[in-house]
Write a protein that binds this ligand. Structure first.
Ligand code: COA
Length: 258
């Protein structure tokens, strides 16, 4: 069904692999369209409880937007390109089910932005991160100026985006850009293990966690008020009854996401 990405259901986790290894998995418009469809699948398919986004091959997660598509754009087309990217990446960030980036190599430009749109990131030891757009005469256009600032703070974000420098996985770990660094061969197993832990929790609670934590980054939202409302709404779920009953009966809960 897809040509530029691969999807595989592993347990309840959809592994989405960007699949243009001969172009360092660069994000052309076809990749973006197919990625949007795969994210729709994560939202709507009840068998999917979480997703991993990764890159095909040993070298690249995603080495950016496809530079070949930039050359002939007008200002208006540039705006449209960025808008389309923002919509797709926002949908990843807002996903009620966990979506984690397993960064297996270069995560540059749009690749770093894709990883940052995921809920969090696990990196292989050989991963490299950067926003090198200024080398090309452009700036990050898929949310990088905002999400990098949110993740690492203004000073570091400005240095990284203004110099275009790459950082290693270990440096990304110390910056808070990634949560864990593991040997490449353990990347998917480590990411899957974390997701399985989350999948065992109450799905509606997880969705509310995403909404409230994202609310902390949204200047139009009072995140404290949002938390109060979302906390209250947990009390109308069957999952709360199940979670509390399981605790009292000293057994594992069996959440249905209801
Ligand atoms: N867009 C389009 N094509 C890309 C690409 C991108 N962002 N990144 C890599 N490619 C292509 C190369 O053009 C090359 O294609 P070719 O074999 O047809 O010439 C192929 O992928 C392999 O890349 P190459 O540069 O030969 O590999 P490398 O190992 O020497 O270097 C990188 C790897 C990632 C350091 C280098 O490809 C690079 O700097 N890419 C661009 C990064 C960037 O500026 N991203 C931001 C874009 S906004």
């Amino acid at each position: 069904m897809y040509e530029t990405i691969k999807t595989e259901l592993s347990g309840n986790t959809l592994v989405i692999s960007i699949n243009r290894p001969d172009k360092m998995n660069a994000l052309n418009q076809q990749v973006m369209q197919e990625l949007a469809l795969a994210i729709d699948e994560v939202y709507t398919n009840k068998n999917i409880k979480s997703a991993i986004i990764t890159g095909t091959g040993p070298k690249a997660f995603v080495a950016g937007a496809d530079i070949a598509e930039f050359l002939s754009l007008s200002t208006e087309q540039g705006v449209e390109l960025a808008k389309r990217g923002h919509v797709i990446f926002q949908r990843i960030e807002d996903s009620p089910k966990p979506i984690v980036a397993a960064v297996n190599g270069f995560a540059l430009g749009g690749g770093c932005e894709l990883a940052m749109a995921c809920h969090f990131r696990i990196a292989a030891e050989n991963a490299k991160f950067g926003q090198p757009e200024v080398n090309l005469g452009i700036i990050p256009g898929y949310g990088g100026t905002q999400r990098l600032t949110q993740l690492v703070g203004k000073g570091k974000a400005l240095e990284l985006i203004m110099t275009g420098d790459m950082v290693t996985a270990q440096e990304a770990l110390s910056l808070g850009l990634v949560n864990h660094v593991v040997p490449a061969e353990e990347l998917i197993a480590k990411t899957t293990a974390i997701l399985q832990k989350i999948e065992a929790k109450a799905p509606l609670a997880i969705a509310r966690v995403v909404k409230c934590v994202n609310g902390a980054m949204d200047k139009d939202v009072d995140g404290f008020d949002l938390e109060i409302v979302e906390f209250g709404s947990c009390f109308s779920t069957k999952d709360l009854q199940e979670g509390a009953a399981a605790f009292i009966e000293k057994r594992a809960p069996n959440f249905k996401g209801e």
